[in-house]
Write a protein that binds this ligand. Sequence first.
Ligand SMILES: Cc1ncc(COP(=O)(O)O)c(C=O)c1O
Length: 364
Amino acid sequence: MAGPWITEHEKKTVVEMMECGWDNYDYVEKFEPAFAAWHDRKYCLMTSCCTHAIHLLLLSLGIEEGDEVIVPECTWTATAAPVTYQKATPVFADINHEDWCLDPQSVERKITGKTKAIIVVDLYGNMPAMDSLQVISKKYDIPLIEDAAEALGSKYKGIRAGKFGLGAVHSFHRTKTITTGEGGALLLDEGELYQRAKFLRDHGRSAEIPYHILEAAPKYMPSNLQASLGLAQFQRVCELVERKRYLLHRYKENLLDIEDLAFNVETDEVYNGAWATTIVFGKSHKMTKQKAIEKLAVLNVPARPFFYPLSSLPAYKHYKTGSREENPNAYDISSRGITLSCHYKLTDKQIDFMCEAVRKILGQ
Ligand SMILES: Cc1ncc(COP(=O)(O)O)c(C=O)c1O
């Protein structure tokens, strides 16, 4: 389904680190400013994973018990779970048919006096209606956070995913466009927030007195080993994003003649980083994700379900902050969507084979 593209450059960089990189965080210190600059951000904090980057930001913003944080109904659990680490309540807003991302009108309906943040997700490399969401964030004075875990290389009106909101996060999970095995990053522009997050990332240590702990804070430091791989991968970021886009376009061109099939969104305003090719079957196909995955498996083609509506899952049901009635688009789109393999090593022949299988299960 997914796998990285590692070259001699990454291997050499990681070996160099292993030979002389155990006394400091010099690869982290090289990675962070370069990654921040690429996103036109002032600051970057690398973390042990993206989930931790989200938690670190919520913690730094002082989100606590009784607060509410609006998240999309359809996203990976990692967007919502850190809200619960703070004993705050995730509130699920609907997504749009056009971009599969947060629907600004639904967000506005979900705002209460307790809402302390809105986390918007760039789902499958798609970009949400950022202009409208930024207006809402300003109007209600609620910080917007961008979860760009799936959108490295995506752009909205020429602005890179990772530049939106008060803070944004990226993931370097083994399945992502650049990988450090596990890893993530928090991007920020405000100096005070950066200092607070940096302090909380490493056990709340005093900057003046060594080993003096001022607050019982988590430890979300990356290792120099992760950062060495991350730095080498990031030095190839344009090549990596181009390859992801190639895979998406090969799938799309192969299936171009099939009507009523939606892929990762690309418009005049949205440049898609194409982390993972995702298809939503139009209603005319009468194809559910479960049926598609089963039928494709018989043809030796792997596929993953579109993210489940979080409010339908055992982990989040009890919050009663989302439902099929409140978020009909999310329940509908999710029921008809699958993700196809986005492995870097896919050959054209393999993509063509998988497209033939999609064609077969749709009776085309
Ligand atoms: C939308 C979204 N947010 C957050 C994450 C969390 O990333 P990580 O696995 O690096 O913690 C992921 C990763 O799968 C994701 O897809």
